[in-house]
Design a protein around this ligand. Structure first.
Ligand code: 2P0
Length: 341
């Protein structure tokens, strides 16, 4: 039995749009921060006497997609025996917290341990991408860039987690599944939003600015550009037909609170993915104050604390947060999530 864990990531320059055609390629280049403590675990073992794979995702994610991914990964990794795979996450799934990224990164890492000839980092990132585009960024720690292409170097680490000890606070404003999955949202945006080409063009300047801000640890530039990039992603999605609105009232209230904090002299900056949650970047020394301010916003259910995190890891046993819960036997369906420590 093999366990692997991987962290979620938050994009500071967003991936929003696949390139047309096969190959799971993004239309533009994105840059993310891997998030410590927002973690998925994957447990994989062989099923020696079974004819088919068995997969489970708890709390439930799109498990049919997971099954197709395991079948595809086995073919690409040359794994002949059917497998039993369980994926668990310690934070809300399918609600704009990038749970699919950590889930597929953990699963890819665990599956690779069963390959006769375990693949390199680049091949593994390319495999993870086939489960969920953003999963390839969770295959590395720290600040990670993903650009279109299949060559080595499509997914690269811009800086390790230790480079910049930022604080990331996640204001959770809803825990239900999003109304429109990212994949459909991206397809609709690319094919119907008149703003899509401008979104891609503007993203190139954002990428250059964020890379430089990471290099020089310039939070004001990083935060200003990440905020603008997120707002432009959502503006482009709002321009789709039918429109895509991922925000709730509390999402807007948190945006206003972050701007109020800035006016009062606290450098805090938000970003929002394809869901109602708001992720806020600030200096570690300001994190308690920012956390209290976010928690007091009406409609905020809880605030999760994170910071730059590392790459996936293989474990000998279940991670503590999963082991302390009700984990089912192989293939069972009773696992339940636990909040990050
Ligand atoms: C990102 N998101 O860069 C963007 C920002 C959501 C908003 O990547 O269809 O699950 O598997 O390629 O990676 C979420 O989409 O999509 C995502 P697929 P994925 O983090």
């Amino acid at each position: 039995m093999t366990w692997a864990v991987a962290n979620a990531n938050v994009a500071l320059v967003k991936y929003w749009g696949r390139a047309p055609g096969a190959g799971h390629q993004p239309a533009g280049t994105s840059l993310s921060l891997t998030l410590d403590g927002l973690t998925s675990g994957a447990r994989v073992e062989e099923r020696p006497r079974a004819a088919a794979d068995r997969v489970a995702w708890a709390p439930p994610g799109p498990v049919a997609d997971l099954g197709r991914f395991v079948a595809r990964a086995r073919a690409q990794l040359g794994i002949e025996r059917p497998l039993d795979a369980l994926v668990v996450s310690n934070f809300p799934v399918a609600a704009g917290l990038a749970s699919s990224a950590s889930a597929y990164a953990a699963l890819t890492t665990a599956l690779a341990a069963f390959a006769a000839d375990p693949p390199s980092g680049d091949r593994l990132a390319a495999l993870a991408r086939q489960g969920s585009g953003s999963a390839c960024r969770s295959m590395l720690g720290g600040f990670v860039q993903w650009r279109p292409g299949d060559d080595a170097g499509a997914v690269t680490q811009v800086a390790p987690a230790e480079h910049w000890p930022l604080a990331v606070l996640v204001a959770v404003t809803g825990t239900g599944p999003k109304r429109v999955p990212s994949r459909e949202g991206m397809r609709r945006t690319r094919t119907t939003s008149p703003f899509f080409d401008a979104w891609l063009t503007a993203g190139e300047a954002d990428l250059a600015a964020v890379r430089e801000a990471v290099r020089s640890r310039d939070l004001t530039t990083l935060g200003t550009v990440a905020e603008r990039n997120a707002l432009r992603m959502h503006a482009t999605a709002l321009g789709a037909d039918p429109p895509l609105l991922y925000w709730e009232a509390a999402t807007v209230a948190v945006i206003r609170e972050v701007w109020r904090l800035r006016e009062s002299g606290v450098p805090a900056f938000f970003t929002i993915d394809a869901g109602p949650q708001v992720k806020v970047l600030c200096e570690p020394g300001d994190s308690r104050r920012v956390e209290r301010a976010l928690a007091a916003v009406p409609g905020v259910l809880r605030v999760l604390r994170s910071r730059p995190g590392g790459a996936p890891r293989i474990l000998r046993e279940a991670p503590a947060w999963a082991a302390s819960g009700v984990l089912p036997g192989p293939g069972g369906e009773e696992a339940r999530p636990h909040g990050p420590a």
